[in-house]
Design a protein around this ligand. Sequence first.
Ligand code: GTP
Ligand code: MG
Length: 230
Amino acid sequence: MTEASPINSLTTLEQAMKTRKSDLTVQQWFHEQAKPYQELMAYYRCAMMEVETKFRVLNEAFSLQYDSNPIETIKTRLKKPENIIDKLLRYNLPVTLESIENYINDVAGVRVICAFPSEIDMLAEALLRQDDVKLVQKKDYIRNPKESGYRSLHLIVAVPIFLHDKKRMMKVEVQFRTLAMDWWASLEHKIRYKKDHPLTEQQNDSLLACSEIAAELDRRMEELNEGISH
Ligand code: GTP
Ligand code: MG
């Protein structure tokens, strides 16, 4: 999740508009939709808080039961308006709030970093067992890594947020990674996007090899941990 800080003021929206100055239609749309857009983003922030809290509670619960804290860190981010617009345009979708809600599944993102791969399954299962969490999509890039070598478990879940007069289901993208998977993904992203031009085949192969090494480290650490705890 490279997109940074949440949108919490109109200034950010204005900045986004400036970056897309050439696109008058989008600028006009943002002007007209400023209030409902902010409202929708507030709902996404609430959903992100709900999911983050669920993980903090699970961490406590596991620590009480097994004397271990499966979560190293939790990060949240709200997708920037310019990235939302870019994605809509990329997928040829109409620039409307409805298409953001219906088709952009990663407006709200929660990243959960664990120490060991087994903790990822444990947490994902525990989250999905909760009766107010609905699974929308699952992409298991741990069992089926991407061609780049990227590993992570991605879930799109829908959770309810309770507003003063209504309940609303909102989608949140949850990415589960081990420390090693996160380390690789962060460095790979830095290396890949630092250059103006695509990486050579050799550089890609090298990154892929590093990802295998990271996965091997995960396996060995998991074994060591099992040996100790059994
Ligand atoms: P996006 O438009 O990127 O959201 O693609 P998508 O909807 O096909 O989703 P996918 O689940 O494949 O990947 C979404 C996110 O996973 C990205 O935004 C990154 O955070 C991460 N990701 C996916 N592939 C890679 C990769 O090769 N390297 C790194 N560093 N991160 C990746
Ligand atoms: Mg994304």
